[in-house]
Design a binder for this molecule. Structure first.
Ligand code: ADP
Ligand code: MG
Length: 293
């Protein structure tokens, strides 16, 4: 039978918007020594805004954005939504597209006005044999150092320019990190984003360890490895792509602002998406377990 104080602890969590699925999730939280975070939508607001348009020579900013936004119309990725929003804020009328394809963790491709458009991370374009000009790299890296995510656009197999979007850190995140460090925990960040962007966000927040450019499967493997090394790990994430990692963690922590499948894969859900709830949940668990002994 579940001890009375565990029931009380779960009830107290619920009052604070921390939904704990079962007694074992509350018990396991006590032993957690490492907290791993997804970046986009977890540490950051998940609502990026377009901050720079860098067309290749001979193209205008308007044309690059119009074509990129058109190709992204059917994508549900936050990056795609930021490009479509930026185009609509500039009163652009976007042409319909054909052959839309989403490449998870990489980008999208589509046929726009008869032209083959590919948008995504550098590695995706390189896999398609598209050369990225070296002259642009210092400018792009300085945007990344400020925390921006850069996506590249190719039209008919030729590089056409880059777009930078910035996803601000949530107001509540710095305090959440301070609280967890005060509890003596190691903090890590996992992201599909570029390493320079990832390092910028991590160093602003004082996160101890970063893995960038990772796939959902890599995130899951990282958690299994940490567990095998004897760590007890909580993973906080919001996205469909975080679900396997949430399930592989000792305790998965989903955000109520995120995807349903993330919540279904997690032992704890923070209703408001406020990460200060992670430290609150761990403190609640420690207090509850002390009560039992
Ligand atoms: P995260 O782990 O930050 O949620 P993803 O795994 O979803 O990132 O994506 C990794 C990278 O792939 C992004 O930083 C971006 O460069 C690229 N990417 C993914 N989806 C899109 C898209 N719809 N449009 C452009 N680029 C994309
Ligand atoms: Mg996310």
């Amino acid at each position: 039978a579940t001890p009375m104080s565990v029931m009380v602890g779960i009830g107290r969590g619920a009052q604070q918007g921390i939904l704990i699925r079962d007694a074992s999730s509350l018990e396991t939280l006590e032993a957690v020594d490492t907290v791993v975070f997804d970046k986009t939508g977890t540490l950051t607001a998940g609502q990026p805004a377009l901050t720079s348009i860098l067309p290749s020579t001979g193209r205008s900013e308007e044309e690059l954005l119009r074509i990129a936004a058109a190709a992204e119309q059917q994508s549900e990725h936050p990056l795609a939504r930021s490009l479509v929003q930026a185009a609509s804020a500039r009163n652009m009328k976007l042409p319909a597209v054909e052959n839309f394809q989403s490449i998870t963790g990489g980008g999208v491709s589509a046929l726009v006005e008869g032209h083959e458009v590919l948008i995504g991370k550098a590695a995706l374009l390189q896999e398609h044999g598209i050369l990225l000009p070296v002259e642009q790299q210092p400018a792009l890296d300085s945007l990344r150092q400020q925390g921006a995510t850069v996506v590249h656009v190719a039209i008919d197999g030729t590089f056409a320019g880059s777009l930078a979007v910035t996803d601000p850190i949530k107001d509540s995140t710095p305090q959440a990190i301070t609280d967890l460090h005060a509890l003596g925990l190691k903090l890590a960040m996992l992201t599909g984003d570029n390493v320079v962007t990832a390092q910028s966000v991590a160093s602003k927040l004082g996160i101890d360890e970063v893995r960038a450019g990772v796939t959902p499967a890599d995130k899951q493997a990282y958690l299994k490895q940490q567990h095998a090394e004897g760590h007890r790990v909580a993973m906080a994430g919001d996205g469909i792509n975080d679900a396997p990692a949430l399930a592989a963690a000792d305790v998965g922590i989903a955000l109520g602002t995120g995807a349903d499948i993330a919540m279904e894969s997690a032992g704890v859900t923070l209703m408001s998406g406020d990460l200060r709830g992670v430290a609150q949940a761990i403190r609640l668990s420690r207090a509850t377990m002390q009560n039992i002994r």
